[in-house]
Design a protein around this ligand. Sequence first.
Ligand SMILES: [Zn+2]
Length: 370
Amino acid sequence: MQPLFHFLLALVLTLAATQPPQSKQPVKSACGTDLPQQQITAELARRQMHKLAAAVTPSPNNPVYLPLAIHLTRPDNGSSNWLTNPNLDVIVRDVNQLWAASGIQFFIYGDVDYINSTFWTYIPDRKDNENALRRVNSDPNAINLYFTDLEFWAGISSYSAAEDQGILLDYESVYVDGANVIAHELGHYLDLYHTHDAPLGPECPNGTACATTGDLVCDTPADPGLYNPITEVSRVNESCVYDNSAPLPANCDQTPYNPPVYNLMSYSLHTCRREFTPGQISRALQTLNAVSNRVPLLTSGAHYVDPKASGANTQCSYQAPCNSLAKALAVSTYGQAILLKPGTYQTPSFKGKNVTLLKWGNSGLIELRP
Ligand SMILES: [Zn+2]
């Protein structure tokens, strides 16, 4: 297994290194996420009900943790395990880095699901094939990530209103630029659009009507689309500078485009993509707090412990943490995470319960005492 892995990694790196230097993306760099009519209908309804209207402030020092169910497709005989758990841990760590400012973090929920079926190791560029994979061993408590060989795309996510839920990821692209691709697809999962998308109508570069046009977020300037996955032409150079090549849209004034070249939801070069704006972060948090099939993610995977919390709290939720590890363990089920604020804890008997212990927040030490 190991030599094969090294060989594949070396091959991918060589391929990446031999790309022409100008404006080239990694192999299969583009996102295949569909914007279905149901999603547009949902956005119109939310707008009418002012549902995602109130801004939400992130808590990066007190993040919420969302569960990721990992599915790895492999051939019938279970060989060719391209990704191993340490790789996954590194990828999730890097994804969390990219999401850090949002106060949203992710963890691997339960055991990795190995799908030993050659049939699922290659997914042609067809919606029915993609959706069929999304139904394999799907875990209702988590965001399901399926690693496979996608014919054309680096990743394919699902918006909240999509019929079949789950994120498909291309092995090869994940090796080249895993965290970037996954962070982007998780953005879609929390109803962030591409900065060049326009579900309710195009946005003018001058930003008028920014809340109801373009990606529906005001601090991501109008974006003409920075990369064409078919022609492989990028409008951004290696220094992340937009080349001014897009014609201005009709019915707008002459304000030039100033697209968000560093944005994780743009089609800028992967090496340039590194940030979400406060408006996007607020929208992702709004989605988590208000959209019916996203709200359960806040409670389905994690319990929270803060030694300073009220002793009366027993459910160990984000809003009402417990004050001891034992209480959190008592309410945890298989695969969940327990988030601990820094402090000293009496180690309870785990009695074979499979949970992940994680640090909640980013300062101080955690000590477990027998
Ligand atoms: Zn995308």
